[in-house]
Design a protein around this ligand. Structure first.
Ligand SMILES: C[S@@+](CC[C@H](N)C(=O)[O-])C[C@H]1O[C@@H](n2cnc3c(N)ncnc32)[C@H](O)[C@@H]1O
Length: 202
């Protein structure tokens, strides 16, 4: 069985997942976040970039009978597409797909374009999934995710960073570990690499 079909089977989804080659998260990354979500039942999930990740996470919330996904998406057409896909899977009640255009944020005197967070509700984030913005936009594109959201992370929370095999993502993880205390890091060998950061603020 192909990996995406395995996910469809595991989550008892009635239709095929709308995979966009080259842009959708790889199936093994989706498997990891699915397993975590079903086991740990996070209440507030924030994701940076919408798409297949949103379908998988919302379906887990539906099966868990708890949890909500707040999905930041800078492309209006991709936000609408994700909403349409959620409706097709009858999962729209488990997510807020938030149109979040990129805006300037300055961290350690360096400027980045990152998601506008004005429409993100003030919740304690139990699980953060980072699969955007795309790396081609700028150097260290995903760097702002943790510094911007750290104060909103729950005392015990977990971050999943996709594409962690890339040198830029490795550098981003090093920067995060230098900036914040109380984080442990595990690298998982997936097709594109996954960094899991466990936060303990207690
Ligand atoms: C790597 S994609 C990840 C999307 C999502 N997490 C998923 O698993 O499907 C990151 C971003 O690329 C953009 N994107 C998605 N499809 C695209 C396409 N076909 N061409 C250009 N950009 C795209 C969207 O803004 C999306 O948020």
């Amino acid at each position: 069985m192909q990996a995406y079909e395995q996910l469809q089977y595991d989550l008892e989804l009635k239709s095929k997942l709308p995979v966009t080659p080259d842009w959708s998260a790889a199936a093994d990354f989706l498997m990891l976040i699915k397993e975590y979500c079903l086991n740990e039942k996070p209440v507030n999930i924030v994701e940076c970039s919408s798409g297949l990740t949103t379908i998988i996470l919302t379906r887990c919330c539906q099966l868990n009978e708890c949890g909500r996904v707040y999905s930041l998406e800078n492309g209006k057409q991709y936000q609408l597409q994700t909403l349409q896909n959620l409706k097709a899977f009858q999962l729209e009640n488990y997510a807020d797909t938030i149109y979040a255009p990129l805006e300037e944020v300055v961290i350690n005197n360096l400027s980045y374009d990152w998601y506008k967070t004005d429409d993100l509700p003030n919740v304690k984030i139990d699980m953060l999934v980072i699969d955007g913005p795309p790396g081609l936009i700028q150097k260290h594109s995903r760097m702002p995710a943790l510094p911007v959201l750290f104060e909103h992370m729950a005392d015990i929370s977990t971050v999943f960073l996709d594409d962690a095999a890339r040198n830029e993502e490795k550098a981003i993880v090093d920067m995060w570990l230098g900036l914040h205390t109380g984080i442990s890091h595990e690298y998982i060998e997936t097709e594109r690499g996954c960094s899991v950061l466990r936060i303990n603020k207690t």
